[in-house]
Design a protein around this ligand. Structure first.
Ligand code: FE2
Length: 260
């Protein structure tokens, strides 16, 4: 059995610091073999940078996934393109820098981590179902496949889960920054959760200072979002237990840790 932890979405300095200070303890307590984290909000001012990525790797993250903010910083694109530890949604147009999926080795088993973006209320990338179908066709020899489905609409996420049930080991949602309580093993053995949540400020609007989010909502005038970097913080995540012979999920457990 392989136990994989998925952490989401790490927001700003407080989210990064909280993961840095606590990930090792969580890994030891739950006997985690491999860590996937969504890092597309980890930089100051959103997006992801080399500095925020390396800080999270030094905390014990094995692979970082992305989403709609992956390409926010021009300077990061070169680094992403060469990285064998960061992925961006696979359904970007052909020729986009970076990888949509990467292969890793855990306890003598090969696993594929795949990043996919939803297309409802997000950038109109290619169809995530068709794109993932193509990837699965090419990677039949690898049993364990874990998908970060970075998407807004809950129905799109659940439909994706049912379509790929039995064809992948686990699919978890990211992007909304709100943890859902629908973690389950689908009928054909795929672990599923609509959204695994957020790491960062507890008293915030998806990681952003509430007063800024409220002002923007009331005045309708664009305002630069600032992350809340103080006060209690949280780590929200799930772990999956995967049978390395069949590639099916044995268990999914949702976790939330609050730090003062
Ligand atoms: Fe996002």
């Amino acid at each position: 059995m392989i136990r994989i932890l998925a952490i989401c979405d790490i927001v700003g300095l407080l989210g990064c610091r909280t993961v840095h200070e606590n990930l090792e303890k969580i890994k030891n307590k739950y006997n985690i073999d491999f860590v996937i984290a969504n890092g597309e909000n980890s930089a100051v001012g959103n997006g992801i940078t080399q500095k925020s990525a390396e800080y999270l790797f030094s905390a014990g993250v094995d692979v970082l996934t992305g989403g709609n903010h992956t390409f926010k910083w021009q300077k990061f694109i070169d680094y992403l393109d060469k990285s064998q530890k960061i992925i961006r949604p696979a359904n970007y147009p052909e020729g986009t820098p970076g990888n949509g999926f990467l292969e890793f080795n855990i306890k003598n088993s090969k696993i594929y981590v795949i990043n996919m973006s939803g297309v409802v209320y997000l950038e109109a990338l290619s169809c995530p179902i068709a794109c993932l179908d193509k990837i699965l066709e090419k990677t039949k020899n690898i049993k364990i496949k874990i998908i970060d489905f970075h998407a807004e609409a809950t129905a799109e996420k659940r439909a994706m889960g049912f379509y790929f049930d039995g064809k992948i080991s686990a699919i978890f949602g990211t992007h909304t920054h709100v943890q859902t309580s629908d973690e389950e093993i689908l009928p054909n053995g795929t672990a599923y959760i609509t959204d695994i949540g957020m790491c960062g400020a507890v008293y915030s609007v998806l990681g952003v200072k509430p007063e800024i989010a409220i002002k923007r909502m009331k005045n309708k005038i664009p305002l630069r979002f600032e992350h809340d970097n103080f006060g209690p913080s949280k780590i929200e995540c799930v772990y999956f237990d995967i049978d390395e012979i069949t590639g099916k999920a044995l268990d999914i457990k949702r976790l939330r840790f609050i730090f003062d």
